[in-house]
Design a binder for this molecule. Structure first.
Ligand code: 8YV
Length: 324
């Protein structure tokens, strides 16, 4: 019997996922569950047939220039794969996969939660209560903004955005607009109650709350800059569950400080886990630590999906979630 393929797993994963990996592969599980260094990754790429990576592993062109390079597949745990230089992976004949679908609902739930938390000032309220500053009910205490009937603008209309549209329109009575260079079909949009806008500018100018659902690409990095934030309605909110580098922090902080924007809800940051410290001083920002897909069910499903991708590759079957 031929030896099983070797797979290096960079982080600890739910028990069922680690068990499935052990069953199929000669697996090196993460010993200390810490983000990898470039050297860790190069060592893994030189030793293993497959790598199971996450958002905290930066698989850059420099990392992939490692010699010798044994790895033939990188199964990324997550729908986003901007942590991997796809062109460099392709140049080295390395297959890259992601884990779509299984995290759609939970990420959409979290985006909706940030809409609600930001508009209803939930973080601010909890901080007041926990710090003992709450003096009791009063008619004008911490008045937020009504969500029902407001206009939600979705930037990007992929799986997660569509799930947010469904929740916002059918669950919260919101009007939903969307902007995507390749939008879903009119029939699909109608079912979600979403109206397309031809330009990002049009969407920004009409939305009470804008939620970002685009990947981080050269075209979207820095997209929400001073000019784009200025195009948002005065008193609007910005929600980001996509990637931190889509937003220019200086621009967002200025818009929040000046009062042009009423608030923001952020789950992702440029240079995670570092974040722009000035956000911490702003009461009108809800800050979460990249929890979009963080439910037991979803993290297990993401892991098993990565295992399926690895297994299909090594079995020579069609690879379900190949992105490169
Ligand atoms: C993951 C995410 O937690 O899937 C994504 O793109 O941002 C998150 O759901 C993260 O990528 C884990 O690697």
């Amino acid at each position: 019997m031929s030896a099983q393929p070797t797979v290096v797993v960079t982080r600890r994963l739910p028990a069922a996922v680690e068990a499935a990996l052990r069953e199929r592969f000669d697996v090196a599980l993460s010993p200390h569950d810490a983000p990898t260094t470039p050297e860790d990754l190069q060592r893994a790429l030189g030793l293993a047939d497959g790598l199971l990576s996450t958002v905290t592993d930066k698989v850059t062109a420099e990392v992939l220039a490692a010699y010798p390079l044994r790895t033939r597949i990188i199964a990324n745990f997550g729908v986003g794969y901007d942590n991997i230089d796809l062109a460099a992976a392709q140049a080295h004949d390395i297959v890259v996969t992601n884990t779509p679908d299984v995290l759609t609902d939970c990420t959409a739930d979290l985006a909706m939660m940030l809409v609600l938390m930001a508009m209803r000032r939930a973080g601010e309220g909890e901080r007041e209560l926990r710090s003992g500053r709450w003096t009791g009910w009063r008619p004008m205490h911490m008045m937020g903004q009504r969500v029902t009937g407001k206009t939600l603008g979705l930037v990007g209309m992929g799986r997660v955005a569509r799930a947010v549209a469904h929740r916002a329109h059918h669950g919260f009575g919101m009007r939903v607009l969307c902007y995507d260079p390749s939008p879903p079909s009119p029939v699909e949009l109608a079912a979600l109650g979403a109206e397309p806008r031809a330009t990002l500018e049009a969407l920004l100018g009409e939305s009470d709350v804008v939620s970002l659902h685009c990947p981080s690409t050269p075209a979207t990095r820095g997209m929400m800059n001073d000019a784009r934030l200025a195009q948002m309605k005065p008193g609007a909110f910005l929600i980001n569950t996509a990637r931190g580098d889509v937003v220019v922090d200086d621009a967002l902080i200025a818009a929040l400080r000046s009062g042009h924007l009423a608030g923001a809800g952020l789950d992702v940051y440029r240079g995670e886990p570092q974040l722009e410290r000035r956000y911490l001083e702003l009461e009108n920002v809800v800050l979460l630590p990249h929890l979009g897909s963080a439910t037991k069910e979803t993290r297990e499903a993401m892991g098993l999906r990565a295992v399926d991708n690895l297994a299909a590759f090594f079995d020579g079957r069609p690879i379900p979630d190949r992105v490169a």
